[in-house]
Structure formats: C-alpha cells, structure tokens
Design a protein around this ligand. Structure first.
Ligand code: ADP
Length: 443
C-alpha cells in the first residue's frame, strides 16, 4: 500500500501544498503584523511628542517640576503605561509606580524615552515602559492570524481535493495498462490501450500497443508455421509409411528401386528440416554470417561449374555475362546458397533446349545479379508470393521434384541480411528473371 504510485503522488502533492500554503501564510501574517507594528509605533511616537509638549507646558506654567506627580498619574492612567520623569541630570522626580523617585535612572530601564525641552534647553526626560502590545492590538493581530490560517486551511483543502482528482486522472492510463497487461498474461493478445493522450504516458501506451501487435503477429506466425510444417511433413512421411507397410505386408517387393524411393523421401525430409532451420535462424536474426571479402563472380563461376553437368543432361544452355571482379563483404557459403537456389530453380523450370543467363553489373554502390530463364514463367497472381514460406506455384510438381518451397524464402533472408534486395519478374510462357542486389563495401 505504501509503495502505491497514487499514495506517493498524493504525498508529494500534500508536501508541496503544505510547504506552499505554510510559506505564504507565514509571509502574509508576518508582513501584516510588521506593517501594523510600524503603524502603531509611528502613532506612539506622535503621542509621546505630544506628551513631551504637555510636560513642557506644565513646567513653563509652574516654573518647576513640583507637584508634577498629579500630571504623571493622569497621563499614566490615560495611556495605561508606567511613566517615569527625570530631570536633565537623570534623577527621577516622578514615578507612577513610586519606586524610583530620587534615584538615578538607568537609560536601559525603559524602552522609550522622550526629551522634554523648553526652547533650546532640555528640562527633563520622560521614560515610558511601554507594553509590547495593547490588548486591542493583540485582538487585531489574532484576527489577522486567524484569517490567514482560515485562508491557508481552505487553500490546503482545495489543493488536496484537486490533488486527489489529478492523481486519479494521471494514473488512469496506468491502471488501464496494468489491466490490459494482466489480460495479456492470460493469453488475450487483442488488448489495446488508448494512446492518444500524448506525452510520456501516451508513448508508453503506444509501445504497449506495438508490443501487443507484435506478440499477436508472432503468435499467428508460430501457429501458421506449425500447421505448415505439419502439412509439409505429412507427404514424405505418408509415402515412407505406405512403402514400409507394403513391404511389411509383402505387397511390395523389396527391390532396389523401392529402397531408392525410400531414400529419396528421407532426403526430402532432411532437406525440409535443414531449410526450416535456416528459415528460423534467419527470422531470429541468427544466421551467424561469416562476412569476409569475396569476389562475387568467383562464387557464381563455381556454382555454374557445379551445375554444368546437370544442365547438359537436361539439355539446357548455361550462359554467363559477368562483369567485375566485384569485391564484396559477404558470407561466401550463404551467397553460394542464394545463387545455387536461383540456378537450380531456373534449370528445374527450363525445358530442354532452353537457356539460362546469369549476369552481374555494378551500379551506384551495389552489384546487381540477374538469373534469367526462358521457361514457363510464373503466373502474375503467384508472383508476389514466390518468396513466401512453402509457396509453390505448381504444388504437386514442385513437391515431386523435392522442392521444399523454402528456397526463395531463405534466399530473401540471406540477401536482406547482407543489406540487399531480391525481386522476381516474369512473363507467363516467356520466362522469369530473378534479380538480387548486394552493397559494395566503402572504399
Ligand atoms: P522450391 O524449393 O519449391 O523450388 P522456392 O522457394 O525456391 O521453392 O520457389 C518457390 C516456387 O517459385 C517454386 O515452387 C516455383 O513454383 C516457383 N519458381 C521459382 N523459380 C522459378 C522459375 N525460375 N521459373 C518458374 N517458377 C519458379
């Protein structure tokens, strides 16, 4: 409970309100009182001047201070203060408290003294021990303090109510976020929060929504992948199962050709598993590319050489037009894999007497490689999907040739992880061109 954000927020609000209101109340009360005291002391000074004049007139009229005690008593009564009168030598000649008469006055004794003068001569001094404040003045100051206190309390209460409301509205998006996160924890990935408020909390909401969207996307991809993989495994597995059952029941003779087929199917499975591993690694950004300086044309020549025998057997002509040498920073094995896949696809889809052309050229910081065949081409409706996982244009034929439908997916991941792009163009009945770019290293 003490760790709750709301409590912390409220405590900070309260602290700020208490310090703010307290400081203002203190300053307001102090300045009102000091203004008042200044006014009172100015008023007092005037009164004491008048008092000095009264005594001066008395002396002038009487010619001495004899019997001045009547006057001091009256004045003391009027002002409600003790009054001591001393002659110019400082000897006390009148004291309403009748304590100091005849004694020498110590100037520290009072907090107020007024000189009585007659013309240019000083004829005595009145010493007044004033009370700090009169009861009336105290009443005034108390009422000032009371008003300041009431004002402070009202401001404090208003502040606290506003703090309560504010903290509620500030924390509302966070409460929503917590609720949505809890629902997501239970597997509901459709949770989204309102991220329109802007500021830090709005950004947090946006990040949450993006996270939820990605999680959902990943979940869908995972589910699709599992179902695709299951689907892809079913075919070779049921082939193997069929043959094995036939052999077991004695319905199929264990000829060399049967074992050849079984072996072929197991190779399909192995290839599928290897390709899947590559796709997964690429998706997770874990292809572990071993990038070194390599000559692209050398890689292509090696792959062409490896395929020459098969091309000749199929009656397909392999032509190359390589510029360069183009030096790249790339993973040789992975780039070989891309080229092999494109060349194999082209030979697979090119009929007897056809031609495959492979070309390289460098242009504005990159090298472009194209593999063109004059095979049957790819229908326009299929073209956007050829790089998708398990996508095959002619499903039965492709499976029959051992294609996993993952070759182009892997090629795309490899090219993109090298900072390049791969695209396909095709005209049905005329052939296809696969083009990929790779960035040349800075000189
Ligand atoms: P596969 O392993 O089945 O060849 P790919 O990902 O390499 O898988 O290719 C996907 C599909 O694209 C292939 O099944 C094929 O239908 C089509 N394809 C690829 N290259 C060509 C090409 N040169 N000509 C015609 N179709 C092609």
């Amino acid at each position: 409970m003490f760790n709750s954000l709301r409590l912390k927020l409220l405590m900070s609000f309260f602290l700020v309100i208490a310090i703010g209101v307290g400081t203002i109340a203190y300053i307001a009360s102090n300045s009102a009182i000091s203004q008042f005291d200044r006014y009172v002391s100015r008023d007092q000074a005037e009164r004491y001047q008048r008092l000095a004049l009264t005594f001066s007139n008395y002396y002038r009229y009487m010619g001495s201070w004899d019997e001045v005690s009547d006057l001091t008593a009256k004045v003391s009564e009027m002002y409600n203060e003790r009054i001591v009168l001393a002659d110019p030598a400082g000897e006390v000649i009148g004291d309403t408290a009748e304590k100091l008469i005849g004694e020498k006055i110590d100037s520290d004794w009072s907090n107020k003294s007024v000189t009585i003068s007659l013309g240019d001569f000083s004829i005595g001094k009145i010493y007044i021990r004033t009370q700090q404040r009169s009861p009336l003045q105290n009443t005034f100051i108390n009422s000032v303090n009371k008003s300041v206190l009431t004002g402070g309390i009202i401001a404090g209460i208003v502040g606290i109510v506003m703090a309560l409301l504010f903290s509620r509205s500030i924390l509302k998006p966070i409460r929503e976020l917590t609720k949505a996160t809890k629902k997501m924890q239970r597997g509901d990935l459709d949770q989204r929060v309102d991220a329109t408020s802007g500021g830090e909390i709005g950004k947090l909401g946006e990040s949450f929504n993006e996270l939820a969207r990605r999680l959902k996307e990943q979940k869908t991809l995972r589910e699709e992948m599992v179902s695709d993989v299951a689907h892809e495994l079913r075919n070779p597995l049921s082939n193997i199962q069929g043959y094995l059952e036939g052999l077991k029941e004695g319905m199929i003779d264990p000829t060399k050709q049967v074992f050849e087929t079984l072996h072929q199917q197991s190779l399909v499975l192995k290839r599928l598993v290897n390709d899947l591993r590559d796709v997964n690694r690429a998706r997770a950004g874990k292809l572990n590319l071993d990038k070194k300086l390599v000559v692209l044309e050398d890689i292509i020549s090696r792959e062409i050489k490896a395929l020459e025998a098969k091309a000749e057997e199929d009656g397909v002509e392999l032509n190359q037009n390589l510029n360069g040498p183009n030096l790249l920073k790339a993973d040789q094995a992975r780039i070989s894999q891309v080229i092999r896949n494109l060349l194999e696809n082209a030979t697979t889809h090119t009929p007897k007497g056809g031609e495959i052309k492979i070309k390289t050229r460098s242009k504005s910081g990159e090298v472009i490689t194209t593999v063109t065949d004059d095979g049957p081409g790819i229908p326009e409706k299929d073209l956007p999907y050829v790089f998708d996982r398990f996508y095959r244009v002619d499903k039965s034929r492709s499976r029959g040739t051992g294609g996993t439908g993952l070759g182009l997916t892997i090629a795309k991941e490899i090219v993109e992880s090298h900072g390049g792009k791969i695209t396909a163009k095709s005209i049905e009945g005329e052939g296809s061109t696969f083009k990929f770019t790779l960035p040349l290293p800075d000189k």
